[in-house]
Design a binder for this molecule. Structure first.
Ligand code: MN
Ligand code: MN
Length: 461
């Protein structure tokens, strides 16, 4: 089958739009290195576009009408945006869903210690990472410290040019004879991911003076005591901003493209629906996908269903049965990144069914592993509709599997929403070096994802 290189199809106007979307995405990505920061970013964009907080509307016993725009935030870690459509939700609505958590290292609850004159923070990694990729690079600390008095301190260290960074050491090559014989998965162990944060001892302090000095700095600068780590969520992430990659600036290298590239394309598509759509539009940005969509803010939780019930209640449409019908009659794009074909590792791909950078948004009819296990396998009839919607809107798209049969595999939130009986398919952006500290995407694929999600929201019935 023929494949179109998206870059070959653009005129000057489209290239300008593509650059605008890329620039806006990079600003969103650089400001959103945690799920909480992404929610804050999404709320700011939504508010500026006239979205109101669902909680406030519920509190004032308000109503929703066609054309109204609302957002519903879930514990500051997941968020949904809605545009109320003209037809009853019972008849179905259009959902785009992505996740905003990314692989990283989380500080343990009791993280701070001193060893051999240096102070360290101990971590527990989150999501699937190749641990050897996370050593010897500048790292930043992002997160919150919730204190007993109810206040929450925001922490971002390592992003401003004048900030210090933190980091993890690796063994020098000169002494690595034994380490280099180990399997790559074992060369750096989970308990080796200890972050160096300081080396100056506090004067006149005899016991653990470097740790004492760190505690002094934390107290003076952030008002944080050691015990406060017990109620903190601090994520250790690559420090620094995303960059354009390639002499032609065709790509973006950045932390957390999985899955913030789809999350941003979704928000941008929602904000681009300017009129009142026929069907209600819903954008989900979920947390915890990288660890199985569990927990109160993961897709397995009930916030999505509950929020749909709230929206239907505010439009005067709610009944338990109508809610069930709305969910069953819905159409969804589960927007998550896919493996970009990498010629350096061609052996794990099957070329006819791989996603290539620059060939547009990617549809995965199924994902899964070992014979599609764990996959949502989208219906052929739904795929046929999507082909029409995408072609009508001149969206460049490709179809792909996540690698060769039996090479590995992966999953998304698709199968969870499919449990309602709605039509769901995976659709996203091809990524190189997925789950590495710095991942690579093509600007063209981001742009086509945005166009695809917009077309879906406006055309799907
Ligand atoms: Mn993902
Ligand atoms: Mn992932």
């Amino acid at each position: 089958m023929e494949r179109t290189v998206a870059w070959n199809t653009y005129n000057k106007t489209e290239l300008r739009k593509l650059e605008t979307v890329s620039k806006e995405y990079r600003a969103f990505l650089d400001a959103g290195k945690t799920e909480r920061e992404c929610v804050t970013g999404a709320i700011a964009l939504a508010k500026a576009a006239g979205y109101r907080d669902l909680k406030e509307i519920i509190a004032e016993n308000g109503h929703l009408r066609a054309g109204d725009r609302v957002y519903a935030d879930c514990m500051g870690k997941a968020i949904m945006l809605f545009i109320v459509g003209k037809k009853p939700m019972e008849k179905g609505f259009n959902i785009i869903g992505a996740h905003i958590d990314s692989p990283r290292m989380d500080l343990k609850q009791n993280p701070l210690y001193e060893d051999s004159g240096l102070a360290y923070l101990d971590t527990h990694y989150y999501g699937g990472i190749k641990k050897y990729q996370w050593v010897t690079i500048p790292l930043a600390l992002h997160g919150v410290v919730a204190k007993k008095d109810g206040t929450v301190v925001n922490v971002v260290i390592g992003e401003d040019d004048s900030d210090p960074v933190v980091g993890i050491s690796d063994l020098l090559i000169h002494l690595s004879a034994e380490q280099l014989q180990k399997k790559a998965a074992e060369a750096i162990g989970g308990e080796d991911l200890n972050v160096i944060i300081g080396g100056i001892p506090l004067k006149d302090e005899e016991k653990e003076p470097v740790k004492a000095n760190m505690l002094k700095i934390l107290k003076d600068k952030y008002g944080i005591e050691e015990e406060d780590f017990l109620s903190a969520e601090i994520e250790v992430v690559p420090a620094g901003k995303s960059r354009e990659l390639g002499l032609d600036r065709s790509m973006i290298i950045g932390y957390g493209h999985d899955d913030r590239v789809c999350a941003f394309a979704q928000i941008k598509a929602m904000l681009d629906v300017r009129n009142t759509p026929e069907a209600t539009c819903c954008c989900i940005l979920a947390d915890k996908e990288e660890i199985g969509s569990v927990g109160a803010t993961g897709m397995h939780a009930k916030y999505f269903e509950n929020t749909v019930a709230e929206i239907m209640n505010l439009t005067g449409e709610y009944s338990e049965l109508k809610l069930r019908r709305a969910l069953t009659n819905a159409h969804m794009l589960s927007c998550d990144v896919s493996a970009g074909f990498d010629p350096n590792f061609a052996g794990v791909f099957e070329k006819k069914n791989s996603a290539f950078l620059g060939q547009g948004v990617c549809f995965n009819k199924y994902t899964g592993a070992r014979g599609k296990s764990g996959s949502n396998d989208a219906n052929a009839e739904y795929m046929a509709k999507l082909r029409k919607w995408m072609d009508d809107a001149k969206v460049r798209y490709q179809t792909a599997e996540l690698g060769k049969v039996d090479a590995g595999g992966g999953g998304t939130i698709a199968y969870i929403c499919a449990e309602y009986g709605m039509e769901v398919i995976d659709s996203g952006v091809a990524v190189l070096s997925m789950h590495a500290p710095w991942e690579i995407i093509s600007k063209a694929d981001l742009y086509e994802a945005f166009k695809a999600y917009r077309a879906f929201l406006m055309k799907a019935e």
